[in-house]
Each structure stands twice: as structure tokens, then as C-alpha cells.
Design a protein. Structure first.
Length: 155
């Protein structure tokens, strides 16, 4: 993948810092991070859902944080207390710690989260402020009673 240098644009633009930092983060490789697997779904016109497969993690071992348009989901497995009671011969269920980040668009907020059957569902909603919504402007009609006709004499 090519690396694009945005340095010349930094000198001639004002207020696009967030855009350039987002482009820089997208251009960096994610080191093949595939755990945990996730889906991003659109559930309505302004509603989205992120579903992550977090089998083996409890609610107390997961944390979700939204800050400055970045959603961070962390999972840290607690060490079992009765480790000496059994010996693991094969470990196929991943229980390693993870941190997954999602870049959120403007006005996207976390509505809620739930954990069911090993799937973490995070519901998101885009709340557009009233000032940003399109508004209809009524057109006033002028009747003939207000119109004035100007007569001119032909020369």
C-alpha cells in the first residue's frame, strides 16, 4: 500500500486536523488484527449495530468507552482461581485480552449495549441537531389586490 504524505496540506488548510488524522490512521496497517470477529449492520435510517463475538467473556470483563468519535471495546479475561483443579490439554476457545477501536462519524452516539449468547451488541444512533436538519421554507403568494399596475402613455 502506498503511503500518502499529507504534510503539504497541513500548511494550507485550517480546521481539517481531524480528517487528516483519520486518514493517517486508516493508512496504517492494523497488524492483521482479526480478534474478536465483528459485524457492522444498518438497522434503520439513522441506526446501526456492531455485533462482536466475545464467547467466554462476562459483562464484568468487558468495557465500552466512547470518546471524541472513537468507540473502544476492551476485553480482559480474569484469571481462574481454581487453576490447579484441572489441566487444560487443548485451548481452542480464545480468552486473550483484546482492544478494538471503531471510528464514529459526526453525531453518532452509543445508544446502549447488551451481551447475549456470547455476542456483544452495541447499538448506535445518528442524532442530527435541529440546526443541521433540512427545513422547509414556505413560499408566500401575492394576490392581485396588492399588485399595482403602472400605465404608460404611448408617445
Amino acid at each position: 500500500m502506498r503511503h500518502i504524505d499529507f504534510a503539504p496540506l497541513y500548511r494550507s488548510t485550517v480546521g481539517f486536523d481531524r480528517l487528516f488524522s483519520m486518514l493517517d490512521s486508516v493508512s496504517q496497517p492494523d497488524n492483521g488484527q482479526t480478534y474478536p470477529p465483528y459485524n457492522i449492520e444498518r438497522t434503520g435510517e439513522n441506526a446501526y449495530r456492531i455485533t462482536m463475538a466475545v464467547a467466554g467473556f462476562g459483562e464484568s470483563e468487558l468495557s465500552i468507552e466512547s470518546r471524541e468519535n472513537v468507540l473502544t471495546v476492551k476485553g480482559e479475561k480474569a484469571e481462574p482461581k481454581d487453576e490447579e483443579a484441572y489441566e487444560t490439554l487443548y485451548r481452542g476457545i480464545a480468552g486473550r485480552a483484546f482492544e478494538r477501536r471503531f471510528q464514529l462519524a459526526e453525531y453518532v452516539e452509543v445508544k446502549g449495549a447488551s451481551l447475549k449468547n456470547g455476542l456483544l451488541h452495541i447499538d448506535l444512533v445518528r442524532v442530527i441537531p435541529e440546526a443541521m436538519k433540512p427545513r422547509k421554507i414556505d413560499i408566500a403568494t401575492v394576490g392581485n389586490e396588492n399588485a399595482r399596475q403602472i400605465e404608460a402613455n404611448a408617445a
